[in-house]
Design a protein around this ligand. Structure first.
Ligand code: TXA
Ligand code: MG
Length: 344
């Protein structure tokens, strides 16, 4: 396995590797994906093996053009057309009725397929280059071991699955992902019967989607949705125990942990300093071993940095990571979704 930059030569080599059935981890605007030729069942099987992912969990297919996206679907309804034109390239995945040639290993045997055009220049360059030497269709889940925190930097990919990649596999290092949480998954496969459904909140907000498909359209989150691995209660979890707490509960938890063990190593991710004024008395003197990570009250910046922060904290030997709950408002939906799963 080699880690390479995103120069034209590296992209060409990566496209050739995909064509030979190897795996290529690549940056997208959301998270790094672990890619394989999406129309080659043997290559796609390699993704499941490297991730340790159950084989009935479907994968998203990535393409560089609307034309290729349409070709993967048996039906591309008007709602898909509208959403695609509004948000592609970008952090939106559409669930569509699958075309017959989409392999079962991609869809988990379902009659639908997830498709997206990513908004990262290196991802688009890879998909375009692979369109010239191969199918131009890249199946890619997030490039982490199954259940773990998604990677937003090449080094996180390396740490999570580097030892599971083969000698001919590659990691394209395109720097840090700018959206930082996965794409919003919107199911338009049964729009005639049940309308447009959001299966996973993500880089595009519910309001942005509502604005585009028109007011008056209901947007239920699917409860008993098709299998979505990101909808498992426990997912996106660091190895270090993680608790998501309202501020006052977080302060109590710090105090209790320090009383039980003065040397306990806690990481607190908070919106303002714990050891100020009124709260100073609550947080004990041994707070020297408690790290405070101050974060801005900004859902876009929070999402961008979330996985990198969790991946970093996970390597620093903390006993527990305590995270102050963000507001329960619409613009925090994707962040809250990931935090709740990480804390499960
Ligand atoms: O931002 C993203 O979506 C990233 C980047 C790499 O594109 N990919 C990603 O893939 O998050 P993954 O495999 O970690 O999550 C994809 C989700 C899974 O929860 C999967 O179950 C769901 O998409 N999915 C894929 N095809 C589906 C289908 N036909 N029906 C319902 N859910 C589907
Ligand atoms: Mg994932």
């Amino acid at each position: 396995m080699r880690v390479v930059d995103t120069s034209a030569e590296s992209i060409a080599r990566a496209a050739a590797a995909l064509g030979r059935g190897h795996l290529v981890a690549f940056p997208t605007e959301t998270v790094y994906g672990l890619g394989a030729d999406g129309l080659d069942p043997a290559a796609v099987a390699g993704i499941f093996k490297a991730k340790g992912r159950p084989e009935d969990h479907p994968l998203i297919l990535h393409v560089a053009s609307l034309e290729r996206a349409r070709a993967l679907a048996a039906d591309f309804p008007p709602a898909a057309e509208i959403l695609a034109r509004a948000f592609w390239p970008g952090p939106l995945t559409l669930i569509l009725k699958r075309a017959a040639h989409v392999p079962d290993v991609v869809t988990g045997g379902q009659d639908t397929v997830g498709v997206r055009i990513p908004g990262h220049p290196a991802a688009l360059a890879l998909l375009e280059a692979f369109g010239k030497v191969g199918s131009g269709v890249v199946a890619a889940p997030s490039a982490n071991r199954f259940g773990g925190v998604s990677p937003t930097r090449a080094r996180d990919v390396l740490a999570s699955i580097g030892d599971r990649l083969g000698v001919d596999d590659m990691i394209l290092d395109g720097g840090e992902c700018q959206v930082g949480v996965e794409s919003t998954i919107v199911d338009v496969s049964a729009v005639e019967r049940v309308g447009v459904r959001i299966l996973r909140p993500g880089g595009i907000s519910r309001q942005e989607i509502l604005q585009v498909i028109g007011a008056g359209t209901s947007l239920p989150s699917a409860g008993a949705a098709p299998r979505v691995s990101g909808s498992l209660a426990s997912h996106y979890s660091p190895l270090t125990p993680l608790r998501l707490l309202a501020r006052q509960d977080l302060i109590k938890a710090v105090k209790a942990a320090q009383q039980a063990n003065p040397d306990v190593r806690l990481a607190c991710v908070v919106f303002s300093a714990l050891r100020d004024k009124a709260e100073a008395s609550l947080v004990g003197s041994s707070a020297a071993v408690t790290s405070e990570i101050l974060v801005a009250m900004d859902p876009v910046a929070y999402a961008r940095d979330l996985y990198a922060r969790l991946n970093d904290l996970d390597t620093q030997g903390f006993d527990t990571i305590l995270i102050e709950s963000p507001p329960q408002t619409a613009e925090w939906e994707a962040v809250n979704d990931r935090l709740i799963r990480a804390a499960h």
